[in-house]
Design a protein around this ligand. Structure first.
Ligand code: FES
Ligand SMILES: [Fe+2]
Length: 432
């Protein structure tokens, strides 16, 4: 058995983790119970359900969940499970319905889960009380600037303590919208890979792999293609002469702030020259709304990627929100939501979405490189060629960043992964 604390602790050592954390189905079951069953998880964004009756359906810790907007405009999170005999009542990924009607025997629920109607009520037992048979709400919910999180645990760290250090990553994105809000209403990319969920989580802040995994997207000057509207070129990733990691890339920093969260600093780009008809118009609209100085601050890139552990990330370059959904120990679903900046010119938002098709769709140039690596890691770890996965780069070189209230290190090091495993162990031992 692996569920004793000492057993789990033995799997996570300074600078290395045991391969069992990626391949053992019993560990995966424990993760579903102790991490995904307790931690704050990203559920969705309020813009996905703009009007009363709009809902989306998702899976959290392998359980079907409905996020719906109630008639009083509040957001509700309900288990997608009929109180009669258990059928999923909301069948579609996204739809609009003022009432949820179960397909099996027609029990009808209000958008806050209240049971409104039971067909053939004279058949109900004399003691039957409709009020006892609403759809169950999820235990806890927290919303920050439209980002909806939930915890399947009744107790544990408060939402404020969980999200606090990552608010600035959310602000960084939302503040870019001239109207101060985002819309995740431009479709989604969704794919499943044959690998453990943590492979994707670890990769989000991994700057070490970029010059190698994504070498095919780098030109003969060592520069990746432009990934933002208005850029003429992308980041210098590889030193063209020497065919190795470019000096500016090596200077990037990564940061951790507890709870497994982290972020990487911006990618060095020539921001002074960022210009296109769509981008220039966007800059003008933003400055008009909030003033030129504030607009300049907002448009100076600060963040590349942010990870809100354990299941979502925000990318600040070609902007999107990524959600990581573990399906099995060796199977993970990833959803990429393009982000529309409300109030920005349509051409600007369209440009961002188009670039995301190139980098993060299932058939893109960048994300597919990573998926190939994840699948190769998962199959490699089945071998008896070694029990340990090395995450020791930069071990002992972490330093405090008092201004940001975080710990930082070079982004080509592996501090962020070690921080994720500290949080992993806290959740798994019940000390989070
Ligand atoms: S299972 Fe839903 S009405 Fe019977
Ligand atoms: Fe990558």
């Amino acid at each position: 058995m692996h569920n004793g604390s000492s057993d789990l602790t033995a799997l996570i050592q300074p600078g290395r983790v045991h391969r069992r954390v990626y391949i053992d189905p019993e560990i995966f079951e424990l993760e579903m119970e102790r991490i995904f069953g307790r931690a704050w998880l990203f559920a969705g964004h309020t813009s996905q359900v703009p009007k009363p009756g709009d809902y989306i359906t998702i899976e959290l810790a392998r359980q079907p969940v409905i996020m719906i907007r109630h008639s009083d405009n509040s957001i509700k999170l309900l288990f997608n499970r009929c109180s009669h005999r258990g059928a999923r009542v909301a069948p579609l990924r996204s739809a609009s319905a003022p009432r949820l009607v179960c397909c099996y025997h027609g029990w009808t629920y209000d958008s806050d889960g209240t049971l409104l109607n039971v067909p053939v009520p004279e058949g109900c037992a004399a003691t039957f009380d409709k009020r006892q048979f609403g759809l169950s709400p999820l235990p806890r919910m927290g919303i920050y600037r439209g980002f909806v999180f939930t915890s399947l645990g009744q107790t544990g760290i408060s939402f404020e303590d969980h999200i606090g250090p990552m608010k600035s990553s959310i602000d960084d994105l939302v503040d870019r919208a001239p109207d101060g809000e985002l819309a995740l209403d431009a479709g989604r990319h969704r794919y499943v890979f044959e690998g453990n969920w943590k492979l994707q989580v670890e990769n989000v802040l991994d700057s070490y792999h970029v010059p190698f995994s994504h070498a095919s997207t780098v030109n003969d000057k060592g520069v990746q293609f432009a990934r933002r509207e208005g850029d003429k070129a992308g980041a210098a990733v590889v030193d063209a002469d020497k065919n190795r990691t470019a000096a500016p890339w090596k200077q990037r920093r990564s940061y951790v702030s507890g709870n497994g969260h982290g972020w990487t600093s911006n990618t060095l780009l020539d921001d002074g020259k960022r210009s296109s008809p769509a981008f220039d118009e966007y800059r003008r609209v933003l400055a008009q709304k909030i003033g030129a100085e504030r607009a300049r601050q907002i448009l100076t890139p600060r963040l590349h990627n942010s990870l809100i552990y354990p299941n979502m990330s925000i990318m600040g370059l070609n902007i999107h929100v990524r959600v990581i959904n573990p399906v099995a120990v060796d199977r993970t679903e990833v959803t990429i939501f393009p982000v529309r900046l409300v109030g920005a010119p349509a051409a600007m938002n369209f440009g961002n979405i188009r670039l995301l098709n190139v980098t993060h769709s299932a058939a893109s140039f960048v994300q597919t490189d990573d998926l190939e690596s994840f699948v190769r890691v998962q199959s490699g770890l089945r071998s008896q060629g070694g029990d340990w996965v090395d995450i020791s780069r930069g071990l002992g070189e972490e330093e405090p960043d008092r201004e940001l209230n975080a710990t930082r290190e070079l982004a080509t090091h592996e501090m962020v992964v070690r921080a994720q495993y500290r949080a992993w162990l806290d959740y798994m031992r019940g000390t989070a």
